[in-house]
Design a protein around this ligand. Structure first.
Ligand code: HEM
Length: 377
């Protein structure tokens, strides 16, 4: 098998891990054809994510130009994920407080929707995306009969934000976003006591958070969970497809599921890389970076850096002291990590009961520059 030509192509390669291991020989280096710095080692990745000079968007372009002038652009420009600075820090504290939901509440919704939606083999691809949308939508407080509408709209929002989206897809995204904003504002006016209202209350306690940012970040939870949630569940299905003995062991003892999900998060993470944009000249891990440079932080390589996890290529669901960069690091670290893992555990539990012929391997991976989501059909 030909190795991938670069760390962006690696995301959708059938087995990018030998190639990622070679990147660790050049832990923080330029990729001239890509026009990016590539931070592959755990040390370089962590230093870039921690650096105040490294921002989530190019300073001159807070919103991608194709999204400007419509609802998707307005949403994007208010997300904690896509902004930096004091307003982001305040909103992020509110987001993290809101997402600190009791594990039993999350697991109850995750189990309920896993059982309700669990598919036959033909429906597996759709299930990967539907499950996280139903669970996060239910946690936000949307009524059960609105959740498939939420999932459909979010598919259009995500498609509009995908790099290279057509004008038509962006137009559909604006419409879907306007619908999501209306639905979320209505939710915030009602009294379900769900995650959307927890976010509003946490933002009020924090102070200085724009109400439009509350609505946007509530929708942002669904956005963050969409592709990454599908990737995590899908990559776990792959891990059990290629390891029939492990699948039998897990089917017999569901207590093994949380460790399995954590090891997939380390070894085959859904978000394989993330980007940073250098706002001022700086030195990071010994490399001189200039304002205007862009950095690709290769999370999937860093997770297998032996400095982070000894014997990193061994797949061990019982691995002690596992360390992950899968959920980022520093001020943009993912506050939804526990929810993401619970959804995958519940989804797999239902699949082990309901999927008669487990796929041995995926048919391929969905095109993406950063998220690894297998396709089975
Ligand atoms: C398997 C599923 C998930 C993975 C792998 C994942 C991974 C990540 C990563 C890597 C980041 C940081 C990006 C960066 O620094 O460039 C992030 C940010 C974020 N995630 Fe997750 N995530 C997942 C699911 C979720 C879920 C379920 C939620 C909410 C319910 C969520 C909410 C967020 C938010 C709000 C941010 C932005 C934080 C910030 O920028 O300050 N994520 N996620």
């Amino acid at each position: 098998m030909q190795p991938p030509c670069d760390p962006v192509a690696a995301v959708t390669h059938p087995d990018p891990y030998p190639y990622y291991a070679t990147l660790l020989q050049r832990p923080f280096d330029r990729d001239e054809p890509l026009g990016l710095w590539v931070a592959a080692s755990a040390e370089a990745a962590t230093a870039v994510l921690a650096s105040p000079a490294c921002r989530v968007r190019p300073p001159a372009e807070p919103v991608p130009p194709p999204l400007l002038g419509g609802a998707v652009g307005e949403l994007f420009g208010r997300w904690v994920r896509m902004t930096d600075g004091d307003a982001q820090a305040r909103a992020k504290r509110a987001v993290a407080a809101a997402l600190d939901i009791p594990a039993e509440t999350v697991m109850a919704e995750a189990r309920r929707w896993s059982v309700a939606l669990a598919p036959d083999r033909a429906g597996l691809d759709a299930f990967l995306f539907a499950l996280p949308m139903h669970v996060v939508g239910a946690l936000l407080g949307f009524a059960p009969d609105r959740l498939s509408e939420v999932a459909g709209r979010m598919r259009d929002v995500v498609a509009a934000i995908t790099p290279g989206a057509t004008a038509e897809a962006i137009g559909r995204g604006h419409e879907a976003t306007a619908g999501m904003v209306d639905m979320t504002e209505a939710l915030l006016r009602s009294s379900t006591g769900g995650l959307a209202q927890r976010l509003r209350d946490a933002a009020e306690r924090e102070g200085g958070v724009d109400p439009a940012a509350v609505t946007a970040n509530a929708v942002g939870f669904l956005f963050q969970a969409h592709d990454a949630g599908a990737g995590l569940l899908g990559n776990t299905v792959v891990a059990l497809g290629t390891r029939p003995e492990l699948r039998r062991a897990v089917a017999a003892d569901r207590g093994l599921l949380p460790g399995l999900v954590q090891e997939v998060l380390r070894c085959d993470p859904p978000a394989q890389n993330t980007r940073r944009f250098v706002a001022e000249d700086t030195v990071i891990a010994g490399r001189p970076l200039r304002a205007g440079d862009a950095v690709l932080v290769v999370i999937a390589a860093a997770n297998r850096d032996p400095a982070l996890n000894p014997d990193p290529d061994r797949f061990d669901p019982a691995r002690p002291d596992r360390r992950l960069l899968t959920f980022g690091h520093g001020r943009h670290a993912c506050p939804g990590d526990a929810i993401a893992a619970a959804i995958a555990v519940a989804g797999l539990d239902a699949l082990l009961d309901r999927l008669p012929d487990w796929p041995e391997r995926p048919a391929g991976y969905r095109p993406s520059p950063n998220v690894r989501v297998p396709r089975f059909a």
